[in-house]
Design a binder for this molecule. Structure first.
Ligand SMILES: Cc1cc2nc3c(=O)[nH]c(=O)nc-3n(C[C@H](O)[C@H](O)[C@H](O)COP(=O)(O)OP(=O)(O)OC[C@H]3O[C@@H](n4cnc5c(N)ncnc54)[C@H](O)[C@@H]3O)c2cc1C
Length: 450
């Protein structure tokens, strides 16, 4: 049965979900707290660009959008590592031809909104979800009019409702408040982030290698940079809030300049506005949210960050949310529009995967900020890449499972990855591994342990 479907939040996931459902004949309305980003400037505070990888692309492919989005993306084939001593080294993300894509959050979101509307979706902007009455299937919104500067309360009824209103979801809170066994866990890491910009060089071209994700790993913190189509790079400094080296300590211009000159010397000349950016741009926090249940009978589900907010170190938050949409769509076919079963199986499948990518993402922070600068770690990755080339089915590096293997579930990638990592730890502890790593005996030892 086709439904009157309501979605709270017209972010990346809500907009994509609306297209999936509209294409199936649902009458879809989205209510979005903010104004229309196609008409107003987006407020700062979220990442400007994102890494889109194969899971996200597969979900876009299903609605015929992957090729178009690839055209406005920049392929990033490798990690380009800027060591503290000024040397640089590159590390391919996967096999030749495998890459992740830097895409503008705003452009992608706006394109999804355009496509949603073209498919008959109504998007109501400036509607903030305040309350949900689960008995009468009614939502209360606060609607702010910027023309009259007035606020009014508006209610809407729903048959089927999705909460895609992000990490601090109001829909989730309403679900939680009227549930007697709702589990909720939220965890802030001790690092925040701030965005800075690398401008084009004097010739108006990219100031660094464009087809790479640049990383300045500094053990307890790191700077990363992703390319944009306008030949700038958006840099993100992931840095502790408190402590010896922290946002709280960098409170004067002199301290910021001293810190950047000492730790990011090669980036400083490329970022003429970094001091102003540092003080003007917000410092934002990073949270993991795990909760359960995600669904209510045949009428409500959480999706995207509202169900599983994760830290950004695997570049998978949006990809995971897009995958939620694809999986849900497949379940609609499987259960022939029986929404009790669709939502139940959606939750059964996606909850373990959401938990797994949340854990993988936290672990990847240590890998990016600390290990990518370590020669032994780079050797380990080289050994693993060699194994993957030779035995593509038997050994898939954890990063490739998550990023380039959209048919391997996140939960499977986590367990296989942990097993492989335990093997590699033993191998890397072999004395003199630096000289003997490509001996056949080493390879045999790895295969025996697998
Ligand atoms: C620094 C950073 C870098 C990241 N990098 C990557 C990356 O490289 N790759 C990747 O895959 N992911 C990345 N992510 C994660 C990605 O941003 C999120 O996973 C993604 O935005 C989730 O989409 P969403 O639609 O679920 O939520 P959101 O994008 O948060 O959208 C939620 C929408 O709901 C609206 N809303 C909120 N409350 C209400 C309300 N009460 N009523 C109505 N509307 C409401 C909001 O205004 C918003 O439009 C990154 C995140 C951060 C913070």
């Amino acid at each position: 049965m086709k439904k009157n479907t309501t979605i709270i939040g017209a972010g990346l996931v809500g907009s994509l979900l609306s297209i999936y459902l509209a294409k199936r004949g649902h009458k879809v309305s989205i209510y979005e707290r903010r104004g229309d980003m196609r008409k107003e400037k987006m407020s700062a505070g979220r990442s400007i660009n994102l890494a889109l990888s194969d899971r996200g692309l597969l979900a876009l492919e299903k609605i015929g959008l992957a090729e178009e989005i690839k055209k406005i993306s920049i392929p990033m084939h490798c990690r380009y590592i800027h060591n503290a001593d000024g040397t640089t080294v590159t590390q391919p993300y996967g096999k030749e031809g495998q890459f992740i894509n830097s895409v503008s959050r705003a452009t992608l979101n706006m394109r999804l909104m355009d496509l949603a509307e073209a498919n008959g979706v109504d998007i109501f902007f400036d509607h903030k979800c305040e309350n949900i009455d689960w008995k009468n299937n009614e939502i209360l919104f606060e609607n702010h009019s910027s023309t009259t500067q007035s606020t009014q309360e508006i209610s809407a009824n729903f048959e089927l409702l999705f909460g895609s209103d992000g990490a601090f979801s109001a829909a989730r809170l309403q679900h939680q408040l009227q549930h007697n066994k709702f589990n909720y866990q939220q965890y802030y890491i001790d690092c925040g982030y701030k965005e800075l910009t690398i401008l084009p060089n004097g010739n108006g071209d990219f100031a660094m290698e464009v087809n790479a994700l640049h990383i300045w790993p500094r053990k307890d913190y790191m700077l990363i940079a992703l390319p944009n189509l306008d030949k700038t790079f958006t840099c993100t400094l992931f840095f502790p809030f408190e402590g010896e080296q922290s946002f709280s300590k960098l409170d004067t211009k002199e301290k910021v300049v001293g810190f950047f000159n000492k730790n990011f010397a090669d980036a400083v000349p490329l970022m003429p506005t970094y001091v102003e950016d540092f003080f003007n741009n917000p410092t934002s926090s990073l949270v993991t949210v795990k909760c359960f249940p995600w669904v209510r009978d045949d009428k409500f589900a959480l999706i995207g960050d509202a169900a599983h907010a994760i830290v950004p170190f695997f570049g998978q938050g949006m990809n995971c949310g897009f995958e939620d949409c694809r999986v849900l769509d497949e379940l609609i076919d499987k259960h022939n529009d029986d929404w009790t079963n669709i939502l139940q199986e959606y939750q059964e499948l996606r909850k373990p995967d959401g938990d797994a990518i949340a854990d993988l993402a936290v672990n990847n922070f240590t890998e990016m900020r600390d290990k990518t600068g370590n020669p032994k770690f780079l050797l380990q990755k080289k050994i693993e890449a060699g194994l993957h080339d030779k035995y593509p089915e038997k050994w898939i590096p954890a990063y490739s499972q998550v990023t380039f293997s959209p048919h391997i579930r996140y939960s499977e990638a986590l367990s296989r990855g942990l097993h492989q990592e335990a093997i590699m730890q033993q191998i890397m502890n072999i004395p003199n591994i630096e000289s003997i790593w490509d001996n056949v005996e080493i390879e045999q030892q790895i295969l025996n342990m697998l």
